[in-house]
Design a protein around this ligand. Structure first.
Ligand SMILES: [Zn+2]
Length: 106
């Protein structure tokens, strides 16, 4: 079984085409940017040790919204809207380079 961390996207499922190698029984952990966050890693560890998952892949998509802002700009925007500077989460994991984002998740 394979498990992947995939970027969440507003695209319809039929518009998101997984690589040919991903079997239909794959577990998919989705979050904004396909980031291997602590919570995603928690799911991967459980899947590996309790369900026998042996392979992991990271899937990102083109035109990802996570490449359209910077963490600090979002923090300032949230501060303006709420009156409080957000300290949690520590990182929103915005990125500039899609391929580099996938590489650093491995
Ligand atoms: Zn995205």
């Amino acid at each position: 079984m394979q498990q992947g961390v995939a970027a969440s996207t507003s695209r319809k499922p039929s518009e998101v085409v997984p690589p040919r190698e991903v079997p239909s029984s794959a577990h998919i952990v989705r979050n904004a940017g396909g980031i291997a966050t602590e919570d995603a890693l928690r799911s991967l560890i459980i899947s590996h040790h309790l369900l026998g998952t042996r392979e992991f892949i990271v899937i990102n998509h083109t035109d990802c919204g996570m490449a359209t802002f910077k963490d600090e700009a979002l923090r300032k925007q949230l501060e303006q809207k709420t009156g409080s500077y957000p300290v949690v989460p520590a990182h929103f994991h915005a990125f500039d380079d899609l391929e580099e984002n996938v590489r650093i998740q491995n």
